[in-house]
Design a protein around this ligand. Structure first.
Ligand SMILES: [Zn+2]
Length: 215
């Protein structure tokens, strides 16, 4: 199956009727945060496929509320959010952990390193249950921020989460899809293999082809 993962920047290629043809074979849209509601809604409704997403650190509640009201209700934002949750989408076990590392005391969707570790701890019983019932804890972890030291930045807002490195080492998801780290240069590393996990920076968009083989 093919996943179209998007984050952080509105792209003309996707915010156009051409998206229908260009991404006709996509089975699922994944939002990795920091995108305006109108853009998410446009892409998802044009492709007419399921949608899951996590919030980024710039997805402030007032903006979301306004967008939801403008769209006539809860609609997309609440339906598709898998922040702090696990879902099974098209046979794939997926979990979401949105937000970035805390760099402002009053920031929304910001977590200290310890808080993010706590969010994973809350998810752990379900991951262990998956391992028993499905033979694997998780297929895809959807995040906004990257793991520490992988595609992350040195400035306080762009440091990655150590808890994600521990998550990878313990639960071995096949993929970790993240945004938050804008790509300014062509030679920027956007794919890193960590053990059995492929870490992908999807900024600003990326098509990921995933085999149904869970082995
Ligand atoms: Zn961000």
């Amino acid at each position: 199956m093919k996943i179209l993962a998007i984050s952080d920047q509105v792209m003309e290629q996707l915010y156009s009727p051409r998206v229908k043809e260009a991404f006709a074979h996509v089975n699922l849209v994944v939002g990795c945060g920091d995108l305006p509601f109108y853009y998410l809604e446009y892409v998802v409704s044009m492709l007419n496929v399921p949608f899951v997403h996590v919030p980024g650190n710039h997805d402030l509640p007032p903006v979301r509320k306004e967008a939801e009201e403008a769209s006539g209700g809860e609609l997309l934002w609440n339906c598709g959010s898998i922040d702090g949750r696990m879902v099974i989408e098209q046979g794939l076990l997926m979990a979401g952990l949105g937000g970035s590392v805390r760099y402002r005391p009053d920031g929304t969707h910001q977590y200290t390193q310890a808080e993010m570790a706590g969010r994973i701890l809350a998810m752990t019983p379900r991951l262990l249950w998956n391992r028993i019932h499905y033979g694997r804890a998780l297929d895809i972890l959807i995040t906004h921020a990257p793991p520490k030291g992988i595609h992350d930045g040195a400035d306080p807002a762009h440091v990655g989460f150590e808890a994600f490195n521990h998550f990878i080492a313990r639960f071995h998801p096949r993929y970790l899809l993240h945004g938050h780290s804008h790509v300014y240069r062509r030679d920027t590393v956007v794919t890193t293999q960590v053990g059995r996990t492929t870490v992908l920076n999807v900024c600003p968009y990326r098509v990921v082809e995933i085999s149904p083989d869970h082995a």
